[in-house]
Design a protein around this ligand. Structure first.
Ligand SMILES: Nc1ncnc2c1ncn2[C@@H]1O[C@H](COP(=O)(O)OP(=O)(O)OP(=O)(O)O)[C@@H](O)[C@H]1O
Ligand SMILES: [Mg+2]
Length: 378
């Protein structure tokens, strides 16, 4: 078991994350698009790809994609959707032509057009459209902290520059990201109440992943925040000071209709409402949606809303019913992605790492990859 910052991937895991056929990995390696290293695991000498290498790969593709514009995008034509990457395949989003990419970096024509490379596409993990996102529900225990942690780690794997923001005094996002000394660190409390410059509350967790942690002291923020002038705007103004440094800023919130959560609703571009697929969680949805609507009216601002069904179990009738109800009552807001109940996600929480490190071929890893693609692409 290694911390997220030291995680590495096998070529098969990489091909799954990159949404390419594994036969193409060696060509990418040959042309310096991906680097591998060797590490002894037990008695076996394994070929591995580090977190920084995978990030470098995605950044190269993204820059290529952005420079080339729509001509490099194969997904629009449906090519990417037909990609088959074996058992670990995740659904393909926008992709770039590998042949096109190889030509651009000077690969000989016979290689750029050989075999499966000629028609292959790779997922470029486009820059997130909505930068400031929050995971929210006034109901407790729906999976906010779990999904926030998994989302920010997956987005970091894809080479995005990510800031995770823990707005819950329970500090579960902080712990999920393997930070265990948060009681000694500044939190958003110090920024909003004691005017600490926000940069000083930011810590680095892993390459490409920063965090503003939380500790129990944050539970006491409501009274002092209530008496501050421009209380709901302070968080937004603070985040704006560092927003340029990141592609994504993602907050985990506390399970309450608190001023702190209200401040994040004002700051966010998107609220991801995490709804467990059980009757009580569904029952609370009307209140959550009403709170969001009221906030939009009060602040006169439009907020993108996505409802993410979590802990879905296809074997349970009640789970199916709640998912059906969510999709019919909130059809315009419901995410396409559904996160199933999986022991791997629980294990990832226990191990304080990404579910990809627990079981890269399991449903939990696929669900998190699909959710990350959906939340970054739209
Ligand atoms: N899809 C899932 N499959 C299995 N276990 C899950 C899943 N999502 C969350 N869990 C587990 O459910 C528990 C509660 O999750 P979590 O702490 O993320 O909820 P929360 O909404 O943040 O709670 P709170 O409101 O207290 O902040 C955790 O033990 C977590 O591992
Ligand atoms: Mg939580």
């Amino acid at each position: 078991m290694s911390p997220f910052s030291e995680i590495s991937f096998t070529p098969n895991e990489f091909s799954s994350l990159a949404k390419i056929d594994k036969s193409i990995v060696s060509t990418l390696e040959q042309f310096d698009l991906i680097h591998t290293h060797r590490k002894k695991v037990g008695n076996v000498d394994r070929k591995l790809i580090s977190l920084e290498e995978i990030q470098r790969y995605f950044r190269i593709l993204r820059e290529f994609d952005e420079a080339e514009g729509p001509s490099s995008v194969a997904a629009a034509t449906g090519d990417a959707a037909q990609l088959s990457t074996g058992a670990g395949a995740v659904s393909a989003g926008p992709g770039i032509s590998i042949s096109h990419l190889l030509r651009a970096i000077g690969a000989p024509e016979n290689i750029a057009t050989s075999g499966s490379i000629a028609t292959a596409t790779a997922y470029a993990a486009p820059r997130p459209k909505l930068k400031k996102q929050m995971f929210y529900n006034v109901k407790g225990g729906t999976g906010k902290s779990t999904l926030t942690a998994q989302f920010v780690m997956m987005a970091a794997i894809q080479g995005h520059r990510v800031l995770a923001l823990d707005l819950d005094g329970q500090g579960h996002l902080t712990v999920n990201l393997d930070i265990l000394d948060a009681h000694e660190r500044p939190t958003i409390y110090d920024v909003l109440i004691n005017d600490l410059p926000i940069q000083e509350a930011v810590m680095n967790v892993a390459p490409g992943l920063d965090l503003i942690p939380a500790n129990l002291g944050l539970c006491n923020i409501e009274i002092p925040l209530n008496s501050k002038t421009r209380r709901e705007y302070r968080l937004s103004e603070a985040l704006d000071k560092i927003a340029d440094q990141y592609d994504l800023i993602v907050a985990d919130t506390n399970p309450a209709a608190s001023i702190l959560n209200g401040s994040m609703l004002y700051a966010a571009d998107r609220v991801n409402v995490i709804c467990a697929t059980n009757p009580l969680s569904f029952h609370g949805m009307s209140l959550v949606m009403a709170t969001i609507e009221e906030m939009q009216r009060e602040f006169k601002r439009q907020l993108d809303v996505k409802i993410v069904p979590n802990m879905y179990d296809a074997r349970e009738v009640i789970s199916q019913e709640v998912l059906g109800e969510l999709r019919s009552q909130f059809s315009e807001f419901c995410a396409k992605s559904v996160v199933t109940r999986s022991a791997d996600l629980n294990e990832a929480t226990k191990r304080r790492t990404t579910v990809w490190d627990v079981n890269s071929r399991g449903a939990g890893a696929m669900d998190i990859a699909n959710l990350t693609d959906e939340l970054t692409n739209g």
